[in-house]
Design a protein around this ligand. Structure first.
Ligand code: P71
Length: 470
């Protein structure tokens, strides 16, 4: 694998191609619905796509989380699950895979990403400490706040501008970090929380140069650097493509080099690692590991299963290996880009450059007539569903929630509707349907009136909030 970056059959002959390195062995039928059915379903769901039944959805682009298709090898692995309460053989296979591909020493399995976020936040944050990060993620920030931490956004300014085409819009602005440490002192910083890629910025990558500079900064100040590795494989693709010196390195080599700059990581394996459920936490420090291993038995399960079945850990171990293959990553991101290029040709406003896992439509630019508290991105998600049964996700003011101190809405600069592409699930023809539907909704944009929130839950409100049309 070392040094060899593979090409598709088309690319070997100088042709443009991202075609998939697999074929389809099993299919899942989808149901076609009529506009009247969709109007009823959307009203019942309070205009919130999280509350739709998936049977009422045609193309489900809500999330790429846990929605990928497992390979025949992963399914075969499910059959060799060792469901022992303690010391399952599949745990050791998982541990070995994480050590081999990500390079960390000590591993704690968790049921999914937020389980790992909970444990690391409880173990590594003291009440009142700052947690600087490259943009917030909903569950990450919530767990940091529940542990008494204060999240501070230190991402580069370009990340907040959908039109800015900088190649590494996920980078940390070291000036912002320096300022925070200068003002409050290094001991008031719990750790740097670095995500690769940055979900809420549009799946934007972090450069290797940036993580190296962060490592140096953290060493100088005695601050730990922890990584959200959920979509690191996709981040590695952008480094391979865009950063000088990396074109000849494999995805696996880049992933390893990136992790080597950090003190540990948490993972939602439901994304990069091609499983329907699973996550982990990994650190190099032995005493922190002991603490995490003690916490996991309180909240998740024994330290050799962390809330998972043995078979889930086996599928994850195999999925990690598959996710590191250059052919796989190229076709995955190639499909996202294919959709992006269709939309760009039609002048649809969206976050540029297109990121690793999704297209993020710029709902403010769709609906300049709507104020942010009329929920433009939620409105756009509802319109897409009505048009053709496509399910997208709001990533704007509803997702941003309320300020932990003042109680007012967070008003994020980015008001986006995410079309998230599951891995190895939909075809190019499905992407054409999506593009045509987005175009139709864009053409009808002047008629949109917005929404009013009529029910708001306390935590992570976007999951269960309800809306009425204005
Ligand atoms: C996504 C998700 C799943 C999700 C989470 C919250 C609201 C809506 C959808 C989950 C992530 C993620 C990153 C970078 C940690 C988690 C939590 N993303 N970090 O994008 O993207 O992992 O879902 O396994 O608990 O749809 P978890």
């Amino acid at each position: 694998m070392s040094g060899s970056v593979h090409r598709t059959m088309g690319q070997q002959s100088g042709r443009r191609s991202w075609a998939e390195p697999w074929k389809i062995k099993m299919v899942e039928p989808l149901r076609m619905t009529r506009r009247g059915d969709r109007e009823r379903a959307l009203a019942e769901a309070g205009h919130n796509t999280f509350l739709l039944r998936s049977d009422d959805v045609y193309i489900d682009l809500l999330t790429d989380s846990g929605t990928g298709a497992m390979s025949d090898r992963q399914w075969a692995g499910m059959m060799v699950g060792d469901e022992a309460y303690a010391g399952s053989r599949n745990f050791y296979r998982l541990e070995e895979a994480i050590q081999r591909w990500y390079g960390y020493r000590h591993i704690v399995p968790t049921h999914q990403g937020r389980g790992a976020e909970h444990l690391i936040s409880q173990a590594a944050i003291r009440r009142g400490q700052y947690v600087p990060g490259n943009m917030y993620f909903t569950t990450t920030r919530l767990h940091q706040e529940l542990a008494g931490g204060i999240f501070a956004d230190v991402i580069v300014d370009a990340a907040h501008d959908p039109a800015d085409r900088s190649p590494f819009k996920g980078d940390v602005d070291l000036g912002k970090l320096e300022k925070l440490v200068g003002e409050h002192g290094a001991s008031s910083v719990a750790y740097v929380s670095l995500a690769a890629t940055v979900n809420m910025a549009g799946g934007q990558p972090v450069s290797m140069g940036n993580v190296r500079a962060l490592r140096e900064f953290c060493d100088r100040h005695g601050i730990r650097l922890f990584l959200d590795a959920t979509r690191l494989v996709e981040n590695a693709f952008f480094i391979q493509e865009r950063e000088p010196g990396y074109a000849g390195k494999s995805i696996a080599e880049i992933v390893r080099e990136f992790c080597d700059c950090t003190d540990g990581a948490w993972m939602s394996a439901k994304k990069d690692s091609l499983v329907n459920i699973g996550g982990w936490l990994a650190v190099n420090d032995r005493s922190l590991f002991e603490e995490l291993r003690n916490l996991v038995v309180v909240y998740e399960g024994l330290h050799t299963y962390g809330g998972l079945a043995g078979r889930d850990m086996e599928a994850m171990a195999i999925g990690i290996g598959e996710s590191m293959e250059d052919d796989h990553v190229r076709s995955r991101i190639g499909q996202v880009r294919y959709l992006g290029e269709l939309l760009e040709d039609w002048g649809i406003p969206m976050v540029q450059p297109v990121g690793g896992h999704a297209i993020f439509l710029d709902a403010r630019a769709f609906y300049p007539q709507l104020a942010q508290d009329q929920f433009p991105a939620q409105t756009l998600a509802a319109e897409l569903y009505l048009d053709s049964g496509i399910r997208a996700m709001e990533r704007g003011v509803v997702s941003a929630g309320r300020d932990a101190v003042t109680g007012g809405h967070h008003y994020p600069k980015l008001e986006l509707t995410r079309l998230t592409i599951p891995r190895r699930v939909y075809t190019q023809a499905h992407m054409d349907v999506v593009a045509e539907s987005v175009k139709a909704v864009f053409d009808g944009r002047a008629a949109a009136r917005g929404l009013r929130m009529v029910y708001e839950p306390r935590y992570l409100r976007f999951f269960q909030a309800r809306f009425d049309p204005l």
